[in-house]
Design a protein around this ligand. Structure first.
Ligand code: AMP
Ligand code: ZN
Ligand code: FE
Ligand code: FE
Length: 284
């Protein structure tokens, strides 16, 4: 890597299903020597302001972001919005809707877990999420705290992973609508971890025609071969490359902050793309 400045453009805080407070995450990213870190919590932007304030006393830049769970056909596609306005009304509306859907889903998942005889209830899940959109990692943590599983990974392997007894699909916004929402909020729209979502050329081509700006090349679930394939698709489809650690805090998930980070050039490319949407919306 040498001395080239790096950006980690995919992280989660306690404002979704991460473990660290936004300010803690920013301090850690600064200590890691990153030039920029994007806060991309699931379906909400509540952590962005705290992260930006924390960064004001440091060298590091915070890129305001979001990771929206979206649907295309029968597939769950995670869409990152980078350089968004965290206060954009369009994102606030989307967050309200997804938060409600996630809470309803959590109710069903908890009911299933109780039927299996597991020690869990919705009140503990709500308390742990503390207003954040509820994700399966919150349920996994409650099961871990109750001694029902030996790790959060164990909770996914036995109960919460796709096809396991407590897994319930999410209701999600259509991917193309989410791309439009990200643009309206002045951000660049980027497909996250296409490798682990099984998003291949056909879908990326379709989304590129719908205005998609970029795609993650670097991600903990992308081995070298996948990085190479996605990089090739970027060039073929005119998409910008992005990437990051998808960090969820110490011990949660399989990556460390700053791993799979990208050169600042990539970050600048995305910033310039987002600028286009900001100037075009200001003119309306
Ligand atoms: P949800 O938004 O409720 O569907 O939860 C998605 C989050 O759960 C992801 O961001 C990961 O942090 C975590 N996750 C999903 N699948 C697994 C898995 N098989 N093992 C461990 N963590 C997972
Ligand atoms: Zn997550
Ligand atoms: Fe994701
Ligand atoms: Fe993520």
């Amino acid at each position: 890597m040498g001395a080239e400045k790096q950006a980690d453009l995919h992280t989660h805080t306690s404002r979704s299903d991460g473990l660290l407070e936004p300010a803690e995450l920013v301090a850690l990213a600064n200590d890691a020597g990153l030039a920029a870190v994007a806060i991309t919590d699931h379906d909400n932007t509540a952590g962005v302001h705290d992260a930006v304030s924390a960064a004001s006393a440091l060298e590091i830049e915070v890129v305001p972001g979001i990771e929206v769970s979206t649907r295309t056909a029968n597939r769950e596609i995670h869409l990152l919005g980078l350089f968004i306005d965290p206060d954009a009304e369009v994102l606030a509306g989307l967050s309200r809707r997804q938060r409600k859907w996630r809470r309803e889903r959590a109710e069903v998942m908890v009911e299933r877990a109780i039927k299996l005889g597991l020690d869990i209830d919705l009140a503990r899940v709500d308390a742990l999420a503390a207003g954040a959109p509820i994700g399966r990692p919150h349920l996994a943590q409650v099961l871990l705290d109750a001694g029902e599983v030996i790790s959060t990974q164990d909770a996914f392997d036995r109960y919460l992973g796709i096809g396991k007894p407590c897994s319930v699909p999410k209701q999600m916004v259509d991917t193309k609508d989410a791309i439009a929402a990200v643009h309206e909020a002045g951000g660049a729209a980027v497909v996250a971890h296409p490798g682990s979502s099984r998003v291949r050329e056909k879908i990326l081509t379709e989304l590129a025609s719908a205005g998609l700006d970029g795609v993650e090349v670097m991600h903990p679930r992308h081995e070298r071969r996948r990085q190479h394939i996605v990089r090739g698709l970027c060039e073929k489809l005119g998409l910008l490359p992005s990437g990051g650690s998808d960090y969820h805090g110490p011990g949660r998930g399989d990556s460390r902050l700053g791993e799979h980070s990208v050169p600042m050039d990539w970050c600048e490319g995305l910033r310039q793309r987002a600028n286009r949407y900001q100037t075009s919306t200001k003119g309306c």
